[in-house]
Write a protein that binds this ligand. Sequence first.
Ligand SMILES: [Zn+2]
Ligand SMILES: [Zn+2]
Length: 665
Amino acid sequence: MELQNESLSLQILKSAHDMIKITLPDNSVKEFAEPVDGLEIARSLSNRLAKEVLSVSVDGEVWDLTREITSDSEIKLHTWEDPEGRKAFWHSSAHLMAEAIECFYPGTKFGIGPAIEQGFYYDIDLPDGQQLTEKDLPKLENKMLELARQKNNIVRKEISKKDALELFSQKDDELKLELIGELEDGTISLYEQGNFIDLCRGPHLPNTGYIKAIKLTSLAGAYWRGNENNKMLTRVYGITFPKKKMLDEYLIMLEEAKKRDHRKIGKEMELFTFSEAVGQGLPLWLPKGARLRKQLEDFLTKVQEKYGYEQVITPHIGDVRLYKTSGHYEKYGKDSFRTITTPEEGEEYMLKPMNCPHHCEIYMSKPHSYKDLPVRMAEFGTVYRYEQSGELHGLTRARGFTQDDAHIFCRPDQLKDEFKKVIDIIFIIFKALDFNDYVTQISLRNPDDPDKYIGKVENWDKSEKAIIEACEEKGLKTITQRGEAAFYGPKLDFMIKDALGRSWQLGTIQVDYNLPERFNLEYTGADDNKHRPVMIHRAPFGSMERFVAVLIEHTAGKFPLWLAPEQVVVLPISEKYNEYAEKVSKVLNNSDIRTVVDDRNEKIGRKIRDNELNRIPYMLIVGEKEVANETVSVRPQGGGDKEVMKISSFAELLSNEIKDHLSFV
Ligand SMILES: [Zn+2]
Ligand SMILES: [Zn+2]
């Protein structure tokens, strides 16, 4: 009792003297008795926030909610809505899964278990050569739920390297021992929950009870540390949620996403393929895919012409020195494809990782006056960047891809207008492709860290103001992120939501003060002096490959009529009507409607089913009656009302539909 009183009075004494200032994201400051933690700060703000908060950033570092903050700090609380919140949630779930695995398989060795974009994984090695199978996953899920219900506290402990090595030697876990061996003494932390202890940097949830719904999704083989000379471990993937309903919704979305996978639909519709003989991550566009891509390119070219862009073409390789000047060698030289050398002259070339240096050289090919600016240079430029084979994913992550690239060289006073014009172009694209749900993010510099950025402060002030005003004047809803700008300039990003509610980053508009400096770009001003132009990089689609992938998954392959590689298929009821079908096709093709005939000797029902997989917007069925009346029976994609029309009326209908949809171009 005595002792307790003493410690209580000590605490009062302490709190009277040691108050710490906590600065919140809105710059308001709250004082707390030291020590305080994230959870307590959340509680002081609202009960609801205290329930929803998952982790806390303390001076830019993400911490556990229960870790003591002992000095004045800037903090930000993270909920499920923030990646930092989900990361703590999913990483804690990886520990929970490991705990469940250890219950069934004592002596399991654990590699790494990070949170990923959607969920988490853990690389494990079961004892005595045992292997997990899909059948084991439900029992692990149940065990995890049981452990979660115990609401075991997840406790952080900092220990010395010596103690860490001893602990994991006892566990005979050579994987962790290898990891600890590479850590510096004084930086090692452990996390413990229930009977499970793991080497970990954190951060974690306060306890396992936050985790309410669990799905272990798949198993895969993974070499320890990604090196094929090492042991093959088992990678167990999973995802968890704070509510059961969220898991149900996620599973439905996953089913739908599988059906819409662009790799599956791309195969069914014969849009693109890959060949091991050609090489990994190098897409081959099949005739229909090439036609689709050409439609997109022609469309964008037409829009860009209206906005004063000029098309240029540059080679797929460039002298290494060019990329040393641009700085791209530093980024891509070592960590990408190796250089190519010539046999006689010993010249060194690189596969082009970026189009910008080439465009700078075009800019420099003649002198410029302030009156010529802006110069807007566009190119569907193919670039090559190395991606690890495990990271490749259909068209969304490839090693060769074509950017719908353009560079605008302008005067500082033209920045705002140029931004507004690029925003217009992006709007036109979104409208033509029915992307209605998107957010825009403005990335600005961190004013507290001025040395990080290249270019004059007054230029930064001007360009940030130009972006903000351009967005306002265009009525864009924006999120502003301070400190997210690249070192060479602020930017604006467009993120679209697809039909399944997934976010994709598409167009970027990036201001650049760096390349004009590195290439010594100039124009002659009205004052007859030399000035530096500002450069804007912009790619509304991003890359043709990735954009087509997003479009396939968004539309499930049912492209808008104007874009469909084949717009109409004519299906003769029997061979007798093949000739008439050809005639119909000819009339439509002459009106620029992309039409094919399915003259296979198959029953009409079969033909309809097969062509449904091709997702052609219209099927025309022709038989005896149609031949007699010079008509077609129209069957729109996905069924709907059949209508009998004169060939010419149908051609007119489609031409008008296409024209209307693109009327704003
Ligand atoms: Zn951990
Ligand atoms: Zn560029």
